[in-house]
Design a protein. Structure first.
Length: 453
């Protein structure tokens, strides 16, 4: 069973990404109606989300995880009310609309970064026995949030126009406040009790050499397995968002309507959502690195099918595209879920005595930032590659890139680890080498005479 705290964290994350969907769809329509460039404004929100997660990960131990969750929720509520209030800005006053949009997007990006970073930090710090299960649930909520937002927001938009989805979301937050407050109080109690236990430890234990070492942010990116984990997240999110600006155009050109376009985006998300339990069971049986490698192979195969591939000579059939989307949905979960524990363990192996609390905070911030970076780069690369190479060839390029990175991941995270494990420990004597060279170890010069009392 999923812990109640983790479930509430997942619901908060779900609400955050439902609100992301509101901003992506309904705000952009309002901006276009006013003849304002919404793409520039969308970049502000994405960049704020990116830097907010990185910075909050560095200072989460000072702010406190429960306080970060509270601050993030308050900022999101304020920003959603602000987005709704843009309806009352005069259509002739574009400057005020743009200025207020920047403010609300800035606040929303900060709030989302704080919420998501603190949520992951709480999960990896306090629920270590079920990392994969809980991370899978969080990723499922992140994926399903935009779909629910599109459906729920569309219904609200039809009933009350632009303003209603934002104020409906705000009302949901207020209704959930008692549950959120109780959960944050439990988190505070858990962390406060752990702090008291640490303070009660004898000073000799606290001063043990190598314990509670703080690893600098830059040193994390000197660990090869950590780098490949980070890049895995970025590349996979680029792959997910890569097709967003171009796949809808492909379906429209082929004569398909909005239902087919919606299905093309919903299918991978739903498969990722329902496959999380399968991935959890696989990680319990096989190595995480093996699951990630399989995920890379499945996603790259899916990208070849989405094109469909010109390199492999596939026919341009929509059926192949949908099969490819299904494969991408399965492969994404096989990378998203095990990669965070893989990153954490790579740092703990490199720095065995590191301060785990700060480590969890920093890696959680980097984990969220990788998602933000991929979401920023994906649509830009997709649009650029579509212009330069066309839709089908651009999917081939991403598929080949994924296969290439799969090989790199194998060399760094699998092959290199096996090589390091085969090396003798420092100070260990290789007796086979000594015997082959007929090296004899002399007896110690100092002996204890048993006759001397």
């Amino acid at each position: 069973m999923v812990d109640r705290i983790v479930l509430v964290l997942g619901i908060i994350t779900l609400l955050t990404f439902i609100n992301f969907s509101f901003i992506t769809h309904f705000y952009q329509k309002e901006a276009y109606r006013r003849r304002i460039n919404a793409g520039f404004l969308a970049g502000i929100q994405a960049l704020t989300f990116l830097f907010s997660s990185l910075i909050s990960g560095q200072y989460l131990h000072k702010i406190g995880r429960h306080k970060s969750m509270l601050i993030g929720a308050v900022l999101i509520i304020i920003s959603m009310m602000g987005f709704g209030s843009l309806y009352f800005v005069s259509e002739n006053n574009k400057a005020a609309f743009i200025l207020l949009s920047i403010i609300w997007k800035f606040l929303f990006g900060i709030g989302a970064g704080l919420n998501l970073t603190a949520s992951y930090a709480i999960i990896v710090a306090h629920f270590k026995d079920d990392w994969e299960r809980n991370i899978g649930m969080m990723k499922a909520f992140i994926g399903i949030g935009p779909l629910i937002g599109l459906f729920f927001g569309g219904l609200m938009h039809q009933i009350g126009g632009y303003i209603l989805p934002y104020f409906a979301s705000t009302c949901v937050y207020f209704l959930m406040y008692p549950m959120i407050a109780v959960t944050l109080n439990k988190i505070y109690q858990i962390e406060n009790n752990q702090e008291l236990e640490r303070n009660e430890l004898p000073q000799a234990i606290m001063d043990t050499r190598g314990v509670n070492v703080q690893v600098k942010f830059t040193r994390l990116f000197m660990i090869p397995c950590f780098i490949t984990g980070f890049l895995s997240l970025v590349i996979v999110y680029i792959t997910i968002k890569f097709r967003l600006p171009t796949l809808a155009v492909k379906f429209k050109d082929a004569g398909y309507g909005e239902n087919a376009i919606f299905a093309s985006f919903a299918i991978p998300t739903l498969i990722t959502f329902f496959s999380r339990l399968l991935v959890y069971k696989l990680t319990a049986r096989y190595r995480r690195s093996t699951i990630i490698l399989c995920g890379y192979f499945i996603i790259s195969t899916g990208m070849f099918l989405v094109g469909p591939s010109q390199i492999l000579g596939f026919k341009d059939l929509i059926q192949l595209t949908f099969i490819g989307l299904c494969a991408i949905g399965l492969g994404c979960g096989m990378i998203f879920i095990p990669v965070l524990p893989e990153m954490i363990e790579s740092v703990q192996e490199a720095y065995p005595g590191t301060d785990k609390d700060q480590l969890y905070n920093r890696i959680s911030g980097i984990f969220v930032a990788a998602q933000a970076l991929g979401e920023i780069a994906g649509p830009l690369l997709g649009h650029m590659f579509k212009i330069m190479y066309g839709f089908r060839k651009s999917q081939d390029i991403i598929a080949v890139t994924l296969l290439s990175f799969m090989i790199l991941f194998y060399l760094v995270n699998v092959r290199n680890k096996k090589f390091q494990q085969a090396l003798p420990e420092s100070g260990e004597v290789n007796h086979q080498v000594l015997e082959a060279n007929e090296v004899r170890v002399r007896e110690p010069l100092l002996h204890i005479n048993p006759r001397i009392n």
